[in-house]
Design a protein around this ligand. Structure first.
Ligand code: AHR
Length: 508
């Protein structure tokens, strides 16, 4: 958590960190990914068997460079197969001999789905990447008896478990994370639902799924975390079901609540600060979870539900429409926004059980494939820094600096969220303090006193991400934004350049 006081006349700005104040454990799953059958995410991203450059693909048709990048990011969990795509997806179309798999009209993004990549391919890819699969169920045209959970996890002598064996996989995949639909509230959704209809259906599906496999983690479909949909579905579904839980008061039927937010603004400062609205959304949603538990008298023995922020990023669908692949070209301002997003998850680690950048490859992604290689967009670099270092525990931090006074995006932020020019979070892990400071000011650098670096510290590692202007981008020919590795002796003030992300790391 980072507290904030605005700079008053005569004060000089400070950041104070207290490494011994370990506030909450950061779940590694906040560095999760998301791959959807959309644009070039699966076909041409993960799976590229027709690429004439055979050096770039493995024997499965998977892009080797994408696999390496996922490993470099140490992605712990990947959501699949959508997104909006899942509302008309029947998993059975994507298993078994490839030549028998049907081509289907795809209604979310108005394409054709060849089904050449499906469940078994995704599981294999996850094993190679050393990440955990997270599957979303079809709440649009799907039915409860379609048997995907049985196919993936069952060890019994039953139809879908045997189908998996027949398709070459004896051992169960033991998929832990299952989402009860995706954005079922959205007007763009095939089989859009009212909150009442969704809550009823989700609760019944949850019961049946946990009867089949009580070890799974079930994720309820929320909206933004601050809507009446969130309130209603939590109220109706976060309760103890003594039947499906075998009389247990130490388990919860619903384990997590999913929320989605995309931020964007044409104004670079508003754009970089917009993810702070997601911080408020997390706080409100955490309160709604508490409220449902209080109103439904859920005993404290039942595990607390956490937030699964399973789609987040900078995205303006008018600029990069989903139907044409949503290939956003990210600027330095967007990289700052991504760093603020990640600071939010670190600060709110008490409530966030998982977060998934939408998406991992090509579609609104930090990573773009070309025929022969990859472009690491501006947003790749903060993600890499965070995933490598911002793990462990969130520590107590206080910031005193000047405030951005202009309008905010979304507008409601203006009255309920602080907007200091610097955005800060700090962690402690394995004897190292890591602190990220994002300076969203377009014109001004700040020299800041850091309280918490002791006399004992001789060396502070300083990683800086910045660029010549807010709208600079990385291309195939030129990587304008990357990480500069510097050092500092920890004495005096530290300078945070205008439009920059700085990570400071020192051992304690
Ligand atoms: O990530 C792109 C799309 O955004 C997803 O399919 C959907 O869930 C959201 O609206």
């Amino acid at each position: 958590m980072t507290t904030f006081t605005p700079l008053r006349a005569g004060e000089s700005p400070t950041i104070s960190v207290l490494p011994s104040h370990q506030l909450s454990k950061i779940n590694d799953n906040i560095y999760g990914g998301f791959t959807e059958h959309m644009g070039r995410c699966i076909y041409g991203g993960i799976y590229d068997p027709d690429n004439s450059n055979k050096n770039i693909i493995d024997e499965n048709g998977f892009r080797k460079d994408v696999i390496e990048s996922m490993k470099e990011l140490n992605v712990p969990v990947v959501r699949y197969p959508g997104g909006n795509f899942v509302a008309t997806y029947h998993w059975q179309d994507g298993v078994g001999p490839r030549e028998n798999r049907p081509r289907r009209p795809e209604l979310a993004w108005l394409g054709i789905e060849s089904n050449q990549f499906g469940t078994d391919e995704f599981m294999k890819w996850c094993e190679i990447v050393e990440t955990e699969p997270y599957l979303a169920l079809n709440f649009g045209t799907g039915t409860l008896d379609e048997g995907w959970l049985e196919y993936c996890n069952s060890t019994q002598d039953t139809y879908y478990a045997n189908l998996r064996r027949q398709n070459g996989r004896e051992k169960p995949y033991n998929v832990k994370y299952w989402a009860l639909g995706n954005e079922c509230w959205g007007p763009w959704q095939v089989e859009q639902m009212t909150k009442e209809d969704y809550a009823k259906k989700a609760y019944q599906w949850a019961k049946a799924l946990k009867l089949l496999d009580p070890s799974i983690t079930l994720i309820l479909c929320g909206e933004t975390g601050h809507s009446s949909w969130d309130y209603h579905v939590l109220k109706e579904c976060v309760k103890l079901d003594m039947h499906s839980l075998g009389g247990s008061t130490t388990q919860s039927l619903i384990d997590m609540h999913s929320i989605h937010i995309y931020t964007a603004s044409d104004d670079p400062v508003k754009n970089a600060l917009a993810p702070r609205s997601a911080e408020r959304a997390i706080q409100i949603c955490a309160s709604l979870i508490d409220l449902a538990r209080i109103e439904n008298k859920v005993p404290p023995t039942a595990p607390q539900q956490t937030i699964c922020f399973d789609e987040w990023n900078v995205w303006d669908p008018k600029r990069a429409p989903g139907e044409t692949g949503a290939e956003e070209r990210y600027t330095l301002s967007d990289a700052l926004a991504v760093a603020v997003w990640l600071n939010v998850f670190v600060r709110q680690s008490k409530y966030v059980g998982m977060a998934n950048i939408a998406q991992s490859i090509n579609v609104i992604s930090p990573l773009m494939t070309t025929k022969n290689g990859l472009v690491k967009q501006t947003t790749w670099w903060p993600l890499l820094l965070f995933s490598n270092y911002m793990r462990g525990w969130t520590i107590g931090t206080h910031l005193n600096c000047s405030t951005y006074e202009g309008d905010a995006e979304p507008a409601w932020m203006k009255t309920s969220v602080d907007t200091p020019y610097l955005d800060v979070s700090a962690t402690v892990n394995d004897g190292w303090v890591s602190m990220v400071v994002v300076n969203v000011n377009l014109a001004e650098s700040f020299k800041i006193e850091i309280n918490g670096i002791t006399e004992k510290t001789k060396l502070v590692h300083r990683y800086v991400i910045t660029g010549s202007s807010w709208d600079v981008v990385n291309t195939e020919d030129k990587q304008s934004v990357g990480i500069q590795e510097l050092t500092w002796d920890g004495r005096g003030k530290c300078e945070f350049p205008k439009l920059s992300i700085t990570m400071l790391r020192w051992s304690i």
